[in-house]
Design a protein around this ligand. Structure first.
Ligand code: WT7
Length: 652
């Protein structure tokens, strides 16, 4: 269970560098100055419903809504009475003008194959596949599991579901058969869409085999559609399993988009809870589409001719919101890459940037630290001059990684948008607008117009500048989760009961004297050292600032005297050797950077850290190791199981 968080967290990160948006960038941006941002924010603050109603004109409606918001805390309904279709907004409406022959999706497969689908092509394929789903008896509100590699058919499957009103539940291709079965059962899915396999580091991930295992334990799933990606020998069960290409052969390309209610359930996305049971975060149609398209346009300062690349997997919310729904609703060109960043070599991403002349590049801090560790020679082999804007998401970015991203990838000319949000928020919430808000390395800066973010104590009282506390959102926003699928009570309890009348993010943060937010990580990860509540992320940031360190994870371990001691897991840059001297040097380094209260009690060198498949360090597992406990709880989100075993060996 999520422990009841204490408020006050001592913040020790000192970062004073500030980077104003380049003048030329501001001049062409959607929002051009700090003053303009502040005016917009104020306008939305004074009349939030009027503000969102105005934004909602950017969507295409079959019938207009009667009421902007119906709020019965904690349940929201946005654009009540309106009718629209997400797939229509992402496709059909772009076919009437010059976008019909514009690239909607540029796809690069790991083996080097490539496809481009124009808006017309994507529309045709989606219509055909929607008819395939109908042919299998799938109707509005049925749940469909999608367990696929990063190939265009994944996008086609999503949009086909949206077109007929089936609610999709995408399960990341790295999950096991059991995880697929759990999610099938929780959602009561009727059909699953998969592929024989997908490419990852030159090997085939056996997706269909996993599905076979999952379907032994998924009584609600009647049918399985299989796309042939890798020419694998797979078992096809008669009467249940069908080939995608065979079904598509006779499918009609005529499939009008179903007019759906604003609050029609668009998708469920499972995120790991603190208990074993995954939470099905439910997003609905109008508010989600509005939130993702609005933020995609403003935050990435979208231009008609942009080639935009978000490197996330569509199995995570980042891929849902910022590879598919936001960009396609905006008629943008979105790039999708199937494989690993280091296949066949460590410059694959930079090769792709150069090949397609990518303008906007959006990735995770964990990836940036890996690129930094691999060395500057890889990006330096390529022409990255097409890039004009960079983004990050998923965890706080340590200033060291930020500076490297800024200098080596962005050539010091590209603004960086550090975007704070969650699976539950559906859309970006706190971020610089790239032409308007000066950035400070490590800060997600300020809330978007329409978003009321605050730092409070447990009673909900706002804290003074630079005091660490709980990050909450005061008002409902269009793309917010509507509930946890099938569990309204858990939704209320986890998000709306910690702080009175506010959405509880479970993140600790502080707001500085300029109103900039500095996210300090999950409040569950806060250390309590001799009465000081310290953010693990800030100690990590200090460690990574040392020139020999590539990555660090910091956790507490029980300490009789101090309450908690500070235990650090450190990976070194390629070519560095772990020594006892270096341990002492790192301890002294943290004391110099932060102060004696943060002196690490122990430093352990390790080859790699246990991470979730979305790149988050699983500190819970490290806490178990640091305190010599058995690992308990859910480990199904762990990216590489062998890391745990290795960490335990390294301990000996
Ligand atoms: C948690 C949400 C949002 C899509 C990917 C992760 C952390 C996310 C930032 C950021 C600091 C961040 C927070 C948040 N987080 N972005 N820019 N700066 N922390 O989605 O798996 O739902 O995780 O990721 O702790 O609560 P998620």
């Amino acid at each position: 269970m999520m422990s009841s968080p204490a408020a006050n967290i001592t913040s020790v990160l000192k970062e004073t560098r500030k980077f104003p948006p380049p003048g030329a960038f501001s001049a062409q941006a959607h929002v051009k100055s700090l003053a303009e941002y502040e005016k917009l924010w104020q306008k939305a603050h004074d009349d939030p419903e009027g503000f969102w109603a105005l934004q909602a004109e950017s969507l295409t409606w079959f019938s207009k809504w009667q009421k902007v918001l119906e709020w019965k805390e904690p349940f929201a309904k946005w654009f009540v009475g309106g009718k629209l279709n997400a797939s229509f907004n992402c496709l059909d409406r772009h076919l009437v003008g010059p976008r019909k022959n514009k690239a909607a999706l540029i796809w690069e497969g790991e083996p080097g194959d490539s496809r481009v689908l124009r808006y017309q092509d994507l529309h045709r394929e989606v219509c055909k596949f929607a008819n395939v789903l109908k042919g299998q008896g799938i109707k509005a509100s049925d749940r469909v599991t999608i367990y696929m590699p990063m190939i265009p058919e994944l996008a086609i499957a999503m949009l086909a579901c949206a077109r007929i009103g089936a609610t999709h539940s995408i399960v990341f291709g790295g999950f096991s058969a059991d995880a697929v079965a759990d999610r099938n059962n929780d959602a009561k899915a009727r059909l699953i869409i998969t592929a024989d396999g997908g490419w990852r580091r030159g090997k085939v991930v056996p997706l269909k085999n996993n599905v076979d295992g999952a379907l032994e334990k998924s009584p609600t799933v009647e049918k399985c559609i299989v796309f042939n990606r890798c020419n694998q020998q797979v078992h096809m069960k008669q009467g249940r399993d069908m080939w995608w290409h065979e079904l598509m052969m006779d499918a009609s390309a005529d499939c009008p988009a179903e007019p759906l209610d604003s609050e029609h359930p668009l998708y469920i996305l499972y995120t790991s809870g603190s208990t074993g049971k995954p939470k099905g975060v439910l997003h609905t149609t109008a508010g989600y589409l509005l939130g993702t398209s609005y933020t995609h346009r403003l935050v990435f300062d979208l231009k008609e001719e942009d080639t935009y690349w978000c490197t996330a997997d569509i199995g995570w919310v980042t891929g849902h919101s910022y590879i598919i729904y936001g960009p396609l609703a905006n008629g943008a060109t979105t790039l999708m890459y199937e494989g690993a960043p280091n296949h066949p070599r460590e410059d694959r991403f930079w090769e792709i940037v150069e090949k397609y002349r990518v303008n906007t590049f959006y990735t995770a801090p964990t990836a940036i630290r890996a690129f930094h560790k691999w060395g500057d020679e890889w990006p330096k082999k390529h022409d990255l001059s097409s890039l004009r804007l960079l983004g990050t998401v998923g965890e706080p970015i340590n200033p060291e990684a930020w500076m490297w991203y800024h200098e080596v990838i962005g050539g010091k000319r590209c603004p960086i948008v550090d975007t704070w949000w969650q699976t539950e928020t559906g859309m970006i919430m706190i971020t610089p607008l790239p032409g308007a808000i000066p950035t400070k390395p490590g800060s997600a800066t300020r809330p978007l117009p329409g978003i009321e973010a605050e730092i409070v104590d447990k009673a909900g009282n706002p804290l003074a500048a630079n005091q660490g506390g709980l990050l909450v959102i005061r008002r409902p926003w269009p793309a917010m989760l509507r509930t946890i699928y099938g569990d309204d009570e858990r939704y209320r309890k986890e998000y709306w009961s910690h702080v009175p009348h506010a959405y509880f993010t479970a993140d600790g943060a502080r707001k500085d004297e300029d109103g900039y937010f500095w996210i300090m990580g999950r409040v569950d990860d806060v250390l309590n050292v001799a009465g000081h509540r310290l953010s693990t992320m800030e100690v990590e940031s200090a460690l990574v600032h040392h020139k020999r360190v590539a990555e660090a994870a910091v956790v507490g371990k029980p300490d009789e005297i101090k309450g908690e001691g500070i235990s650090c897991f450190v990976t070194l840059k390629t070519g560095e050797t772990p020594t006892e001297e270096l341990k002492k040097e790192l301890q002294a380094h943290v004391v110099k950077e932060i102060g004696a209260l943060a002196r690490p009690d122990e430093i352990r060198f390790t080859e790699s850290l246990p991470k979730t498949r979305s790149g988050k360090i699983m500190r819970r597992l490290l806490r178990d190791i640091a305190s010599g406990r058995q690992t308990t709880g859910d480990t199904t989100t762990l990216e590489d199981y062998s890391v745990l075993a290795r960490l335990r060996e390294e301990e000996e």
